[in-house]
Structures are given as C-alpha cells and as structure tokens.
Design a protein around this ligand. Structure first.
Ligand code: FAD
Ligand code: SF4
Length: 559
C-alpha cells in the first residue's frame, strides 16, 4: 500500500508543536504529529496524591538520579512524575571542557515541557525586539515588530487562559487576562512600599492558570503542584488543550514514541519530503512523508535534527548555508536574589490552606526607555518569587515552646532574578563526532558560558533584591549571588536565528528556513535575542503567526 502523504509534519507536541497542530488541522490540513514522547494520559496526573503514598515519599533523589542524573536537577522532576522526563543515560549529550551545561526539562510525553512548566506568560515589547537599534547597538533586531505579534499574543492568551492584571508598563505590554489571583498580605505590603519608595513594579506574575472555566476546563482549585498534572485541566498543558483539539478535528494523526533522526530531502527539488524517525519501542527506522515539515522539538532538539540532516547539497546541516545554525544559544541567567522576614504582618501558616500556583513578578527596572543606563551591564532582568506565612522550622528551643513558635510561623518573602543573556557566537551546539544516543542518533555537544555582562547582572539582582526587602520593611535579609550554570533557567532559545539576510540568519520572520522553502522551525530556536521575559508565550505566538503564513503560501501553491 502506498504511504500516505500528509500536508504537514509537525515534530514535537509541546508548547509550539501543539499550536501548529491545532492551527493547521482545524483549518483542514492533514497533519502528522510526530513526537518522541509516549502518549500522556489524565490517569498519570497525581497532583492530589500525598507523598506518604509514594514508595520513597519523594525523599530518595538518588533513586531518580540513577537514570536521570541531569533531569533530577530540575525542581519539577520528582518521584510523582520523573518517568515523564528523558532517561539521561539513553539520551546523553556532551559539553566542552570547563563549560558545564545542564540540559534539564527534556520531556518524553505528549505535551513536552508544558506538562511541568512554571506557566509565567509575559509579552515582549519593541524595547526587546528592537533592542539593538533602540537600546545599545548590541546584537541584531528581530525581523518583526510588536505590532506584528500583538493580535497573535491576544489570540493565544485568550485560548491559554492566563490569570493576571494590566499594569500599564510600555516595556511589559498588557494582554488579555482572566481575573487575577489574590496577593498575600506581605506581597501587598511589598508591592505598595517598593513602588512608593523605589518606583519598581511588583505584580502578580501573568500565569497560565485559569480563574474562570472555559472550553471544558475548570477554574483552578488551588491545590498547588501543577507540575504533577491537573485532572481539572486548569493550567495550560498542550496535551489536553491544543493537541486534543487537533486530534478532535479529525485531521491530525498522532505518532507517539517517534524519535526523529533527520529531515528527508528530495535532491532534485531541494524540498523536504518527510522525516526519518526511530520507533522508541521497536527501534525500527520509519518514515513519514508530507508537503511541508515543521520542527517544534524544542530549540536545541530541532537544531540537532537539522545538523543531523546534512546531504551532499547541504553538507553542514539543513538550513545552514550561513554557517549560523547552532550558534547564539541563550538561556536566562539566574542566581541573584534575596529573602527576608516581615514581622508584624498578620496571618498564620496552615497545612491545608489554598496554594496559589502563580508567582509574583517584579518588572524590569534597569536600562528602560528614557531612563538612566547601568554602567555595568546592558539590558535587564525581572524577578519571580512571592511570600506569605510559613512555619518557623528554625524556631529556638525544644518541646512545647518550639511547637508554639513553629506554629506561630513567620512571614517570609523571597525573589530571584531572571536576566537577559546576550546572544554570542561563542555559545553554540554542534554534533558530537563520537557519541550517539541509544537510538543511534548522534548527540549534541554544548559550548556555552555566561560572560561579564551576565555576571554583572547577577550582582545587581542580589543588591537590588536586598534594597527592595529593606524598602518594604523586611528584617533578617539574606542575599544570594551565585550565577547559575547555563541551562538551569530552562528558557533556552536561539541556535537558528531569524533575520532578513540569509547570509547571517537561518530563518526568515515566518520561521521558514532561507535554504529550503517547505522547511520551518517554529519553536524558540529562531529568537535573535532573549529579552528577560519568559519565552513560551512568544514561542506560541510566533508559531501561530508562522502557521498562518504557511497556510497562505500553500493556498497560493507556493509550497
Ligand atoms: C520546570 C520548567 C519550568 C518552566 N517554566 C516556564 C515559565 O514559567 N514560563 C515560560 O515561558 N517557560 C517556562 N519553561 C519553558 C517552557 O516549558 C518551554 O519554553 C516550552 O515548553 C518550549 O516549547 P517547545 O514547543 O519548544 O518545546 P517542548 O514544550 O519541550 O516540546 C518539545 C516536544 O518535542 C519532542 N521531541 C524532542 N525531540 C524530538 C525528536 N528528536 N523527535 C520527535 N520529537 C521530539 C518532545 O517529546 C516534546 O514533546 C519551563 C520549563 C520547565 C521544564
Ligand atoms: S493548582 Fe490549579 S492549575 Fe495547578 S494542579 Fe491544582 S487545580 Fe490544577
């Protein structure tokens, strides 16, 4: 029997792949969703299961580290869900000497990282997209503007369901939000005093957790651990939202457990004609054919596929005539922050109270439009964190006195920074010439380190956090300043940058490779710079815009 030819292959079912499948299949195109993960199921969700029901009570990280020594570094990889993460022994990678890289958050279930993500959804502004020309001359501008993204941000936000509130900050544009979750007393105090004394904006982080029901998904009931799944579908996970819609359209075929090795090319037409994948269960090589191929496998995974797809006509990897593929890897720098106690703020801790799944956010305040410039670094950072009543584990004394002090609790507040990482040629991935994964696919070799700019930023993150604690009335302030190893923010972007010039970029503004017109990369690989905002809202937004462009070109017979 002849192999079916789909209209489009989408590789990856995470934040970007889910949207690509939904947008294209609901418009009538026949889509093959090829994903390395196994089928996710609601019955795997265990957000309500107490630790004491687990074999090791979530208290034996060494057991998880036997198969997931890297993945376990991610706070969201726990006894409840660790088998959703890639087995690091089966799927290794290498790093250059003295350049550690922690490739966390490699998920292998439908929905990818959106199963466990932190859900903070922030828009970028032209201050970010045109940073090179308007801020400081460093790097390159994006080949598109905020006005190109704005309608797509709104479309995505409405469907995703985001709790948040408008703040009127031009450099952190407001979006479409469901009613905000409430702040705690200590958070309200910090918000008011920090604005009053320092002019900085402390706000509820805009988070993909719903406060109103929509599309068959319930409002959040504040149980807390979304990274273990959500049976009421109240956070955004592409497995039960975009991917489910795509399957429901009747036009999307989901091929699970399919580890894509390479894109298959037709040398006569210079067009992609499908993908070769390894079946993770049988280990057999198989192919899928289509009129267009979209990679959404997560930035470095997609670039690995492109680098592994070299042919005689594309000897350095597909889409790499510029030589830029793999370069300009970015992840947010972390490690600067502070915590403090706030005596006198009312409220006691409780074991069974509501657990708000949304953090607090402190909007960027360095190097803003029209504002003073830092002498020490370019660009800026924001903070995530929060506070409220906590049990006082370190209370002095023993027996009854200790128990009373423990229960009386303490009002705590803590924030940690996420800073923009400058795009540098020297930060790159390539194919390791020696090592293959358990499926026989050559693995990535990382070369990444943070530079002076990021290090100076971490110091300011720490100093400024302490300054805010002081301004807000905090006591017993503890400051930390330990720059993170690259990879720890799990906000990786870059490695196939977008641009108008095919000599200096891999993708155009619609995430189409300059070299192969029916081949697209619609995850975060195309980001020319990273801003300091969390990337996923922009990843999803770009993807929908690029899908609309692809459909237009297909309709006109150009692809
Ligand atoms: C713990 C954690 C917290 C986070 N918090 C936030 C946050 O608060 N805000 C934010 O903006 N971002 C956050 N992120 C990052 C966010 O999850 C990612 O930016 C986003 O999911 C990336 O989307 P993607 O489509 O590129 O990749 P993913 O969502 O990772 O999906 C990739 C998919 O591709 C599949 N795949 C990979 N390789 C192959 C292959 N060779 N063949 C076939 N399929 C393949 C995988 O199985 C997976 O399903 C967080 C991530 C983690 C892990
Ligand atoms: S906190 Fe809300 S969104 Fe998270 S798992 Fe519980 S109900 Fe779902």
């Amino acid at each position: 029997m002849a192999q079916p030819v789909f209209d489009v292959i989408v590789v990856g079912s995470g934040a970007s792949g889910g949207w690509a499948c939904k947008r294209l299949s609901e418009s009538g195109l026949k889509v093959a969703l090829v994903d390395a993960g196994r089928q996710q199921k609601d019955s795997n969700f265990r957000e309500h299961q107490p630790a004491y029901e687990l074999k090791y009570r979530d208290d034996a990280p060494q057991v998880i580290r036997r198969t997931r020594p890297i993945q376990k570094d991610c706070y969201a990889c726990m006894e409840w869900n660790y088998d959703w993460f890639a087995n690091d022994l089966d799927e290794p990678y290498t790093t250059a000497p003295d350049k550690p890289y922690s490739w966390q958050g490699r998920l292998r279930v439908t929905g990818g990282r959106t199963n466990v993500w932190g859900r903070v959804c922030l828009r970028l502004s032209d201050w970010d997209l045109k940073a090179a020309s308007t801020q400081d001359g460093y790097g390159v501008d994006w080949p598109l503007s905020y006005k190109d993204l704005e309608p797509y941000y709104t479309l995505v936000e409405k469907y995703v369901g985001i709790t948040g509130a408008p703040e009127g900050l031009p450099w952190l544009p407001d979006g479409h939000y469901q009613p905000p979750m409430a702040l705690t007393c200590v958070e309200s105090q910090v918000r008011e005093r920090v604005l009053d004394k320092l002019g900085r904006h402390v706000m509820l982080a805009r988070c993909a957790n719903m406060t109103q029901a929509q599309n068959g998904r319930a409002a959040c009931h504040y149980c807390g651990p979304c990274e273990r799944g959500c049976v009421t579908h109240s956070y955004f996970n592409s497995y039960f939202t975009t991917v489910a819609d795509a399957i429901r359209s009747g036009n999307c075929t989901h091929i699970a457990n399919a580890m894509v090795y390479k894109v298959l090319m037709n040398p006569d037409t210079n067009k992609a004609e499908g993908v070769l994948y390894i079946d993770r269960i049988t280990r057999e090589p198989k192919t899928v054919k289509a009129r267009a191929v979209i990679l959404c496998a997560q930035a470095q995974e997609s670039v690995r596929i492109l680098l592994n797809s070299s042919t005689r006509q594309h000897p350095n990897g597909l889409g790499n005539s510029s030589g830029v593929l793999g370069h300009y890897l970015m992840d947010h720098i972390m490690g600067g922050g502070a915590s403090a106690e706030f005596p006198g703020v009312p409220g006691k801790p409780t074991m069974g109270g509501p657990n708000r799944p949304a953090d607090l956010y402190v909007a960027r305040f360095r190097n803003l439009p029209g504002g003073p410039r830092s002498k020490n670094f370019l660009r800026g950072f924001g903070y995530e964190g929060g506070g409220g009543p906590a049990f006082r584990w370190s209370a002095p004394g023993y027996g009854k006195a200790y128990k009373e002090a423990f229960k009386e609790g303490v009002q705590m507040f803590d924030i940690g920074g996420f800073g923009e990482c400058l795009a540098r040629w020297d930060n790159y991935v390539e194919i390791d010439p020696e090592m293959k994964d358990t499926f026989g696919i050559p693995v990535l070799r990382y070369h990444m380190s943070y530079g002076d700019n990021e290090m100076a930023m971490v110091k300011d993150m720490a100093d400024s956090a302490a300054e805010m604690m002081e301004a807000a009335g905090g006591k017993n302030i503890r400051v930390r300043s330990n720059p993170s190893t690259p990879g720890w923010a799990i906000h990786e972007v870059g490695t196939a940058r977008m641009g108008d010039n095919p000599k200096t970029s891999v993708l155009n503004q619609f995430q189409q490779t300059h070299d192969v017109k029916n081949l697209f990369v619609m995850d975060g690989a195309g980001f020319p710079s990273t801003a300091c905002q969390n990337p996923t809202l922009t990843i999803m937004t770009l993807c929908v815009r690029s899908c609309d462009h692809l459909m237009g070109r297909m309709k006109r017979g150009e692809i």
